[in-house]
Design a protein around this ligand. Structure first.
Ligand SMILES: [Zn+2]
Length: 308
């Protein structure tokens, strides 16, 4: 199997999460007040950056002090120099106060896709975005409907009424490249950029292994039965909190029946055609996802013959 390429976005987690210390309130508070600590700021799920010529998302305690209490605080972990990193969710009043001080808000997706921030920081921003978004959408108990409160340095919520504990969720998604040895099966969702094709994908359902999910999703979307499901690599995808599980699979079937509820088109592509799509030289102008996405690396492994 090919080695997962480091260029996959959101996969270079730079932090020691020290998860065993999250319930040590004194430890977390001491980090919160440490002058070396840095903060990632978000408003409405959009990260904030200093206008410093580049895109610098790291703020210090002096810069965040005038903002007042954030809507949410999550302790993300310690970097290689043992500096703590926190994520803060700001309300609009705090954000507008910052904007007056030469700050800009830029969505994480273009930041990550265009490589505007170093990959390890992109991963930390992704972790922060998923966590803050989870807090925003889980303010009430799913068990009894009463308000919940953050605990464990922001890594769980507890219901003050019924005592239920709620933990951040991750939604697993399988994304798979099916080949017959010579060609691979790619599909087009209506919302893709014109001419772009990618590997088929879908959410894993309760009770499924990822192998079962690959088989079911490929059958549903294309009418193709596949076998020999093999794991390739995974990718956290913080929109809002998926884990993409990249797989390869084989088939001997060729007749595609496109599920038109999910896909605009699905068809077979030769290695040479996939290589041209990755290079941007396809004669019909068809294209493939960029290196930032795990799909690109599945396609590349097929195009280069690393995967039969
Ligand atoms: Zn409750």
């Amino acid at each position: 199997m090919p080695t997962p390429p480091l260029a996959i976005g959101f996969t270079l987690d730079p932090l020691d999460r020290v998860s065993e210390k999250r319930d040590d309130d004194a430890f977390v508070a001491s980090l919160r007040d440490d002058p070396s600590t840095r903060f990632l700021l978000f408003a409405n799920n959009v990260p904030l950056f200093k206008r410093t010529g580049g895109h610098d998302p790291l703020f210090d305690a002096r810069e965040t002090a005038p903002l007042g209490a954030p809507l949410q605080t999550v302790f993300l972990g310690l970097d290689a120099d043992k500096r703590a990193l926190f994520a803060l969710d700001l309300d609009n009043a705090a954000k507008s106060q910052l904007e007056a001080d030469a700050i800009e808000a830029v969505e994480l997706r273009p930041i990550a896709m265009q490589g505007l921030v170093a990959p390890p920081l992109v991963s930390a921003l992704g972790e922060a975005r998923s966590m803050l978004d989870w807090h925003r959408r889980h303010r009430f108990c799913a068990n009894c409907g009463q308000p919940t409160n953050a605990a464990g340095a922001g890594w769980r919520r507890i219901c003050g009424h019924c005592g239920a504990q709620h933990f951040p969720r991750v939604d697993p998604v399988v994304i798979m490249l099916v080949s017959d040895g010579e060609r691979c099966l790619l599909g087009r969702q209506p919302q893709f950029l014109p001419g772009m094709y990618s590997a088929l994908a879908g959410f894993i359902e309760p009770g499924e292994t990822f192998e079962h999910a690959v088989f079911r999703e490929v059958l549903e979307e294309s009418g193709i039965r596949c076998t020999d499901v093999r794991y390739f690599a995974s990718q956290p995808w913080p929109f809002p909190s998926s884990l993409m599980i990249g797989c390869f699979a084989r088939t001997t079937e060729t007749e595609i029946v496109v599920d038109e509820k999910e896909l605009e088109d699905a068809r077979w592509f030769s290695r040479a055609e996939v290589a041209a799509m990755l290079d941007g030289t396809h004669e019909q102008g068809l294209s493939a996802p960029k290196p930032f996405a795990i799909a690109h690396h599945l396609l590349k492994a097929f195009a280069t013959g690393e995967i039969a």
